[in-house]
Design a protein around this ligand. Structure first.
Ligand code: CA
Ligand code: CA
Length: 594
């Protein structure tokens, strides 16, 4: 594995220049910026209404709830077969790798982030490049799973994104010039950042990456105008939070579910960002694996790793938590997006949230208080648990846990499904308000996994485990599944030979869009799953598609560019797809004229 890390780092060695960040002067601003009109760009109110405003895409997830649902119907299941490219725009550069970004669209401009911490502004009508920004990454950054970035956030005259050296950069959206540039965490300790920031109440809310290096996961809020820290909330029990420079209480209860000092290097990276629900005024962030992977070295549930957390956006205080994989031993990061939605369950209208977890279960919770409603298996096989009790506890299969190496160099190996890359990894699902279904990009695969002794060393991989990923089905690994959140049943599925690694978009036009590593953007009937359209983009699609309306026409856009964790970590699976060409292009589609 160390070899793997070195190999993935090698591509980065050429980028050695130090960051020349410019910090804006600190402003004496003690309260979040008031919601209200910002003269020259999106306001808080506009960000909150993004799901309804069809002329723009202002947020990662197409709305703070990240349902990735558009009410547009001009392109629909009847006519999508005629969809054609309007233009494509290349990110250029010699270094390509995974393009996992979701475009933002505002005021005639498409903003996309690219691999290696780049941000581009393209003309939304022609695809012509307006400007680009390339972060100067220091040597020695340690992203575990490719040099990706998942998207930016827009606010007023700024566009903001996270960089691989664990910084947050705000640019002037007209010029691409740096407005402020702040360090989130120490990249030399293994921290990095790849998620799209979330903006709530005039604050930029971000998480961190680095769960494979014994970091401490955290969520934090910064003033969007200055980048100044407002609150910081570590998500591992025992660590102290802050609010406006003062201590604001320990997370959880010291040593309740961790032994000794293990909480100081406990992982729980919040690497996928979060969602926000204006109804409950709560942020929802998922947390990653506990560190190290070898679970025999850290007894207890290890809260709040592998969990969904509800956080007060104004103070950073945790309001409730739900742990999806207690005492994780398989790298089942619980970071997956928690999507607020409303539905009537047993005759009762409820404010709910859903999450398709890396551990292979689709969870529905009461989003007001975290109360468990249901957990349904959405993959072929789960070897670690048989299901969940009505109280929301996993019915664990003890033989599914990799063995204790004790003093030996290698503990007994077990076969586990899902693999550590998960029943679902980072790629976001979508919720269609018309069909009432969630569309989950999932993967059926397994792994041999074993534990090894390990001790913490700053900036070194902190796993204590080895693994080999394997397919478990003859005909597919990827499966796009339509889940009914009321019944937990799979309504339809589309099987794909390669692992699915891109996000999903759904529309009121009865459509579901997603990409494949084989290079296609595909459209499906949202009710039946029938494939209706596909287009070959020239490289694997691992980005998240969006749609909007411009000059009276509906557009669809997606990033193309193969990469991400599968080629780096996929074992036997990666070998099967080693011939997929890399790339880095924005593709934009619309209906032909007339
Ligand atoms: Ca919008
Ligand atoms: Ca992990």
């Amino acid at each position: 594995m160390k070899e793997r890390f070195r190999r993935s780092m090698a591509g980065l060695a050429a980028i050695t220049l130090a960051l020349g960040g410019v910090s804006a002067p600190l402003m004496a601003q003690n309260a979040p910026a008031p919601a209200g009109p910002t003269p020259n760009g999106p306001t808080d109110a506009q960000l909150m209404d993004d799901a309804n405003s069809t002329g723009d895409v202002l947020t990662y997830g197409m709305g703070p709830r990240a349902q990735r649902f558009s009410p547009l119907t001009q392109i629909n299941a009847e006519n999508v077969g005629k969809l054609v490219p309007a233009f494509a725009a290349s990110l250029g550069g010699e270094k390509q790798r995974g393009q996992e970004s979701q475009p933002l669209v505002y005021d005639g401009t498409i903003y996309v982030t690219g691999s290696y911490s780049r941000l581009f502004a393209f003309d939304a009508r022609t695809g012509e490049q307006k400007w680009k920004y390339e972060a100067r990454l220091p040597d020695g950054i340690m992203p575990c799973c490719d040099v990706v970035n998942r998207g930016a956030a827009i606010y007023g005259d700024k566009i903001i994104f996270a960089t691989l050296d664990a910084r947050l950069v705000a640019l002037n959206r007209h010029t691409g010039k740096v407005v402020w540039n702040k360090q989130i965490a120490d990249y030399q300790a293994g921290y990095s950042a790849t998620a799209a920031p979330l903006i709530v109440h005039g604050m930029v809310i971000t998480g961190n990456s680095g769960g494979e290096f014994g970091i401490v996961g955290a969520v934090e809020a910064r003033d969007v105008n200055t980048g100044e820290l407002i609150w910081h909330r570590p998500v591992v029990e025992g660590n102290m939070g802050t609010l406006r420079g003062k201590d604001n209480g320990i997370t959880g209860k010291l040593n309740a579910t961790w032994e000794g000092d293990q909480w100081k290097t406990g992982g729980g990276a919040t690497w996928l960002g979060g969602t926000y629900d204006p109804d409950t005024n709560l942020l929802y962030f998922g947390t990653g694996n506990p560190a190290p992977w070898n679970s025999h070295l850290r007894k207890g549930d290890n809260l709040y790793t592998a969990s969904t957390l509800a956080i007060d956006p104004d103070t950073g205080v945790i309001k409730w938590h739900f742990q999806t994989t207690p005492h994780d031993g398989w790298d089942f990061d619980g970071v997956n997006e928690f999507i607020p939605f409303d539905a009537t369950i047993n005759g009762k209208p409820m404010k709910l949230g859903a999450k398709a977890d890396r551990n292979g279960y689709f969870f529905v919770l009461d989003r007001t208080n975290g109360k468990f409603i249901s957990a349904s298996r959405f993959v072929m096989k789960t070897t670690w648990a048989e299901g969940f009790t009505k109280d929301g506890k996993p019915i664990v299969i003890p033989a599914g846990r990799p063995g204790d190496p004790a003093a030996a160099a290698k503990g007994p190996s077990v076969f586990s499904s899902p693999s550590f890359l998960g029943g679902k990894n980072w790629m976001p699902m979508a919720y269609n308000q018309g069909t009432g279904l969630f569309y989950v990009p999932s993967n059926d695969w397994g792994m041999d996994i074993w534990n090894e002794p390990i001790s913490y060393k700053k900036g070194a991989a902190f796993l204590g485990a080895g693994f080999t990923i394997k397919p478990i089905a003859e005909d597919h690994i990827g499966a796009l599944r339509a889940m009914d959140p009321k019944t937990g049943k799979i309504v339809w599925e589309y099987k794909n030979k390669a692992p699915l690694w891109g996000g999903v978009l759904t529309t009121a036009g009865n459509l579901v869009f997603t990409g494949t590593p084989e290079g296609y953007l595909k459209a499906f009937d949202a009710k039946t799953g029938q494939e209706l359209w596909k287009f070959q983009t020239g490289s694997g699609v691992v980005g998240s598609p969006v749609t909007w309306e411009q000059d009276g026409e509906q557009y669809v856009a997606v990033m193309s560019g193969w990469g991400g964790a599968v080629p780096l970590w996929g074992g036997e699976v990666a070998k099967s797809f080693k011939d997929i060409n890399q790339g880095g292009s924005l593709w934009v589609f619309k209906m032909p004229k007339g």
